[in-house]
Design a protein around this ligand. Structure first.
Ligand code: PXL
Length: 285
């Protein structure tokens, strides 16, 4: 196993509210992977808080990439997330192009609960399809999957055939692997689902319902997934690892009844990641 994996993480950094880089860096570090942050925007707190202040770093990303190329830095994975402007789509594509051998992951962060985040314009949402198209793996939630497909956000539970169709149609846009998070199925279960086009396999991992919505859950799930795949997990095992860790941390948080905007209390759970568990809770979809 490669003990010197480097991930370029193109995400925002939010001072308060545990999301994006403040979640991704500790998680990937706990998994033994070096994170090289490429901040897209600095916020005092994530966009779920009123009155946050932000500084857009659009003009930072290109020169940072130029520096890395000049230094001949090698990245094993390029992992994009929350973006601040549509130009940043081009900058992420430049990163992807500069490292053709790297694993290219696009978490098409755009919204949740059927609504786009406050800073996301229609143009930025429309252009996210272009970035998703050139990634190897995408990890939308249901809101983001519906935006990428131009579908209405589903308010009812989904049948297995519908979920499979969404996965395949997203993959037809470009990415070989598609993972959709927090999907309510018609049998009453909630699961994270995945599709691998090359082997034409569909996977699911069920999770317990917790009646709260915490910010940063998607970032947590995707970063564990990225870490698992980068270290050699199969797709179902990586989905299982990401689901198990996120569920553990969310249940821990729920037990303390904290403000949901403050995010997931994952710090006491990090040891679970360093132990690198063997997992078996995945099923075919
Ligand atoms: O977790 C997604 C996310 C990332 N970054 C910022 C956010 C959010 C969700 O609200 O506001 C700044």
């Amino acid at each position: 196993m490669n003990q010197n994996l480097k991930v370029a993480a193109i995400h925002d950094i939010s001072g308060v509210g545990r999301c994006s880089l403040t979640v991704i860096i500790p998680i990937l570090s706990a998994m033994g992977i070096q994170v090289c942050p490429v901040p897209t925007v600095v916020l005092s707190a994530h966009t779920g808080y009123n009155g946050f202040v932000m500084r857009d770093l659009t003009d930072y990303i290109d020169p940072a990439l130029a520096h890395y190329k000049q230094m001949k830095i090698k990245f094993d994975c390029i992992y994009s997330g929350f973006l601040a402007s549509d130009e940043q789509i081009d900058h992420c594509r430049d990163f992807f192009n500069a490292y053709p051998n790297a694993l290219k992951v696009c978490d098409p962060v755009m919204g949740d609960n059927g609504k786009p985040y406050k800073t996301y314009t229609n143009e930025l949402c429309n252009r996210m399809v272009e970035l998703a198209a050139v990634a190897d793996i995408i990890t939308p939630n249901l809101t983001e999957a519906s935006i990428l497909l131009g579908e209405k956000y589903p308010t009812a539970q989904l049948r297995t055939t519908e979920v499979k169709s969404w996965l395949v149609r997203l993959s037809e846009k470009g990415p070989k692997t598609v993972v959709i998070t927090t999907v309510p199925l018609a049998d009453g279960s909630i699961c994270n689902v995945g599709y691998d086009r090359e082997t034409n396999t569909f996977w699911k991992v069920n999770c317990d319902y917790v009646p709260r919505h915490y910010s940063g859950s998607g970032d947590m799930f995707s970063s564990v997934l990225v870490g698992g795949i980068a270290k050699g997990d199969s797709l179902p095992i990586a989905i299982d690892r990401a689901t198990s860790f996120t569920e553990l941390a969310i249940k821990t948080t729920f037990s303390y009844q904290t403000d949901t905007r403050d995010g997931i209390i994952f710090e006491p759970c990090l040891k679970w990641l360093t132990d690198y568990q063997v997992l078996r809770n995945f099923k075919t979809l």
